[in-house]
Design a protein around this ligand. Sequence first.
Ligand code: MN
Length: 737
Amino acid sequence: MTTISTDLSQSPPAGNSPSLIEKMALSKRQYEETGHYKGIDQLRLKQTDHFRYERVWAELRGALVSARETALHISASPIVRNIGELCFALYTPEGDSVVVSTGIITHVHTMSEGIKYMISQAYEDSPGIKEGDIFCNNDPTLGNVHTTDVHTIIPLFYEGELIGWAGGVAHQVDIGAGTPGHDPVASANRYEDGFYVTCEKVGSNHQLHKDWQIRAGLSTRTPVYWALDEKCRIAGCYIVKEALDRVIASEGIDYVRQFMDEAVEEGRQIFLARIKERLVPGIYETASFFDAPYADKAWHPEARIDYLMHAPLTLTIGAGGQFHMSMDGASAPVPMPFNASEGSMQGALWVLLTQTLIYDGKVNDGAYLAAGHNFPAGTWCNAQDHSLAYGSPWAFLIPSFTGLFRLLSRGYFARGFREEIVTGYGFTGDPLQGGGFLADGKTYFPVSNFELCAVGLGARGTMDGLDAAYAMWNPEADMGDAEVWETIESGLLYLSRRYKPDTAGYGRYRGGSGWEALRYVHGVQALQLYSFREGRVFHGGAGLYGGYPNSADYKVRVHNTNMAQLAAARKPYPLGEADPSDSELERLVQGEFLRTNEGMMFPEAFGDGDLFLSLFSGGPGYGDPLERDPQSVARDVLGHVYLPETAERAFGVVVRTSGDEMVVDEAATKTARENLRLRRSARAVSYEEFYARERELITTGQLSSPVRQMYQQSMHLSPSWAAKFKQFWNLPDTFSL
Ligand code: MN
């Protein structure tokens, strides 16, 4: 992160060995001068004894995965225990990751930024870095994503010398923010983000400090989950430490030191080789958006605006495998919890690259070093203002990185790697959050659902996207068991979980399907709930090569229902809303329906009998839907991925039920597809006509206020982006919106 200082004038600690500040500065200089991590141009250990090198890699990698699998059982939080929203990593003394576990590996790089911050601030002098110390960080302005992701970091020593770090991160059930939950929607500044821990020493002699435990215990609404998550992270770090000690005992300290450095350099080289193999050199461009309609909702006057986030993305691929990604032109920071720090953007870049380009290589910060990037300071994606709210940066970050999938996929297509194409992914949003008291008025229960960790993946270049099984930030996606969520969300029951028709983007290969969960409030004295997703834009772009976007969100909840009477009379109750135009909810339940065509819901009071429908995103599609195999469309209708009328309207496939089967009416399908093609050509305009029409909207100022404000911000923050915009639309230099 840009704020890290490597000022060598800081005094090194007593003794002969170089300070960590000096080591970090040297490593940085060696990389800048040679282009290789610590100047290592030859992978000597690998070349000398390849088998030994791979064995050490496998031992450490196995230990990291095992640390996660073992430690998560210490936690009581379903977010950690069932979803595995946890990961561990081993770092060099300078804070570069060498080996990582599975799980939410976005954080492998964010913890790296935390370590580098402690080094740059001369923590060796004060508060000191000693064997047995335990550090904690969750500050987004020091590399973390949001306060909810809490890091535990321990230094690793060999005969008194620091030889590395182990780190673990877990996403909390509650972080003591202005509203209960883990990803707030209503906060407007840092002081509502909850419990902040800014790279603090919280333990020594392998024990947590008592004063720290007291303070932490008082700082969130769910102290038991906090304490057990922390024990889980500490246990995992010590499993990593023991594994490293074992490898040192068998291979020797000199080998291990060299190995750690070489592994990072190898990670970097693998990345370059893969880019060269998979992508065509050139400049790739796209843009993504996310809407925050806050004008009629925000609690703070400054946040009462309807905002549209702009994430333009330029990817430059060099002939030698060079990679550079830029968000030049990004819109401004916001008085909402959606600001991102540079560290979180770097973490997201890293986690997506490890899924698309270097999934079979050595995954570590070598890839981070090889991936050049520009997240412009003073924009939402590198806000550089600690007073802003960073509670839910995912709202902007997740859409912004769909662009990376699209651009890489264009490169794969150009190179012929059709099977590597991924059109994008669903927005991991709309789980319920909040908290309440059971009917006794004393028992607090958190609503911190994380079943959003299983949305639709975009279509591939050769097959449909995964249904309800993807999260961009955790490659081990899992929605968790409904029964387990109910154990902590005690006043909120599940009535159903099922596929939500028409959430998957249409295409020759369709996007993965989204789904819905109907929740029922029962046995509470008080409860507040909120939820958010995109609602007025397609967060993941338009799909690729004729594919369509996945559907955006809408909101429906029902207050003061007659559910109790329905149950007493043993009458049918709803299981969701497969077809909003013929709503099962409205057919079966009476009550006060609140329905909006947007994704944002601020905290709202709920009572016994109330219903809330959570809608989870599908993924975008690939290719022309009129080219989709009709039999596949029939299977989609049978599997509740599409409604029958959607099959006809979007795919031109006419289906009818025959017993338990869904059969294609071949003749009607042929006619329907011909008609759709005729309708398309009747509506089609030339590019020139389209360009002229769009240009007129700009020159005559016919833009909605969020769109105008978005472009104004981008032009103001980036003269280079403004120049590009004016050039593309052939506007005079003096033009302004
Ligand atoms: Mn998190």
